[in-house]
Design a protein around this ligand. Structure first.
Ligand code: ZN
Length: 504
């Protein structure tokens, strides 16, 4: 078989896998939104069938033969070519899928399914000891997974490769060291500042129907295409891109807290703009897929925080918000509202954290995951280690494990190596936004006028259209002129929160 023929077969298979994953995504979305409770058993069977079919199609020995034929040909001699990028990423997926023994895959699926149920109860009852043996088993299995996949320097690198290919422990350790060194003092200054926002503004009565209208209008203004997507309500908000022409986002409305649904919608809209902006003609191949979880998260954080919590954004939207909630906000000035949505408050819970303290929550989880995987920390000692480190980073005691090491679902599904992608998202978002403002100096004027097309176009050119052509670090270098650095993010925080709180 010629390399060209092998490549054609490989792309056909990749597109078939894209369709299978897209079908699973539709079923998954329905599961979270409209499926009746008794549909759960059948849905589980449907999803498992598709997952095992996708696994078979990916690990088919033909795929290995096609890859080998192409890799020794001229087809991939130019590393920047379409073929080289597709082959690089399909090789990565094929290796992960074939190197991990199926017995290990099955054992991980079994243990994590049980662990998620036990975790839910353990969190509810503040009962870490009931979850601990399962977490211990998950750590053991993830070590085996890392050994099967192979790695250099640290087992954790093999797990990172699943979420953020190309990023290493060494790189993350350096990023987090800078972040914790700079953020902890900034938090202390803010806490000590006499200026405080009136956060009570945000917990008045905001009728859900009106929140819905306002949030949908904002999503549409940012560029979410409602002819190619939907916004629905779920317990846990998410974005699921089925493929070209269909991207679903969800949110959760709280009548007594404005931020929850609104900034959730902006966040998911950021994810959705990326999905809706991927090159449709490449659907099902790596060139038509998002670059990494970190880059995906950078898109949600960019629209939620850099744009949506920005002053210019509210110069346009605050008068409209007042029209939507005329009595609730009658006595509220725009500057007070702006300060309230940007309140900084060290707190126990990651998902409720503000922009300044958020990454300290991730630094803590990253350190503990590394120590658990390396065997420097046992799962029995995890709560103590969590509480000590939390006290140092935040200056707060942890009252119980439910609000400590049991708060997140990630470890129960085996998502070791996932947390750092949130911080990478924040850092990429700040660096991309700084570069976009450099390239289009009047971007803030656009926002003041409720106009976001130029920013979207910039992101399309620099990020969306490339799919997985480059790894995240290289994509960032090409888009911004330099490799990822914590400095743009730290400058952004210091400038914004320094002036809000009158510190620095
Ligand atoms: Zn997100």
């Amino acid at each position: 078989m010629t390399a060209e023929a092998a490549y054609a077969e490989l792309i056909r298979r990749s597109k078939e896998l894209g369709l299978i994953h897209s079908c699973s995504a539709v079923l998954g979305w329905d599961h979270q939104t409209y499926m009746p409770p008794q549909g759960g058993k059948l849905r589980g069977e449907q999803m498992a069938y598709l997952a095992s079919w996708a696994h078979q199609r990916l690990t088919d020995p033909h795929v290995g033969e096609w890859l080998a034929t192409i890799e020794t040909s001229d087809l991939v001699s130019d590393p920047e070519s379409d073929a080289a990028a597709n082959v690089r990423e399909l090789r990565r997926a094929y290796n992960r899928a074939t190197k991990i023994p199926s017995a290990l895959v099955e054992e991980l699926a079994r243990v994590t399914a049980q662990a998620q149920q036990v975790w839910e109860q353990a969190k509810k009852n503040n009962d870490y000891p009931s979850f601990e043996p399962l977490l211990q088993r998950i750590i053991e299995l993830k070590r085996q997974e890392a050994d099967a996949v192979g790695y250099t320097d640290h087992r954790y690198n093999a797990l990172l490769d699943e979420y953020e290919p190309g990023t290493t422990v060494a790189e993350l350790q350096s990023l987090f060291a800078t972040l914790t060194a700079e953020l902890a003092p900034l938090v202390q200054k803010i806490v000590a500042a006499p200026r405080k926002p009136q956060t009570g503004i945000l917990t008045r009565e905001f009728p859900i129907e009106r929140q819905k209208v306002f949030a949908e209008a904002a999503a549409a203004a940012l560029g979410f295409d409602f002819a190619a997507g939907r916004l629905d309500t779920t317990a846990h908000p998410f974005c699921s891109g089925f493929g070209p022409g269909d991207c679903r986002i969800t949110t959760r409305y709280n009548p007594r807290f404005f931020n929850e649904a609104f900034f959730g919608v902006l966040h998911e809209t950021g994810h959705a703009l990326y999905e809706q902006g991927l090159p449709a003609e490449q659907f099902g191949t790596p060139l038509g897929a998002a670059c990494s979880l970190g880059i995906h998260e950078s898109q949600s954080r960019l629209w939620e925080n850099q744009v949506g919590r920005g002053h210019a954004f509210w110069e346009h939207f605050f008068p409209r918000l007042k029209q939507t909630f005329p009595t609730v906000l009658a006595d509220v000035a725009r500057e007070d509202f702006y300060f309230a949505i940007n309140a900084v408050q060290p707190s126990l819970i990651r998902v409720e954290a503000d922009e300044v303290t958020y990454n300290l929550h991730i630094a803590l989880r990253f350190e503990l995951e590394l120590a658990l995987l390396a065997g420097d920390l046992t799962t029995a000692d995890l709560p103590g280690a969590w509480n000590d480190r939390f006290q140092t980073l935040f200056g707060l005691p942890v009252p119980d494990d439910a609000r400590g090491c049991l708060q997140d679902i990630h470890w129960s599904f085996g998502g070791i190596g996932y947390f750092p992608t949130y911080t990478l998202g924040n850092l990429y978002a700040a660096q991309l936004m700084a570069a976009a403002k450099r390239d289009c100096p009047s971007l803030e004027d656009d926002f003041r006028g409720g106009e976001f097309g130029r920013l979207r176009q910039w992101l399309k050119t620099k990020v969306y259209r490339h799919g997985q052509r480059y790894r995240a670090g290289e994509l960032c270098r090409r888009a911004t002129g330099s490799l990822l650095s914590p400095q743009p993010f730290l400058s952004y925080l210091t400038e914004k929160f320094g002036s809000l709180y009158g510190v620095c």
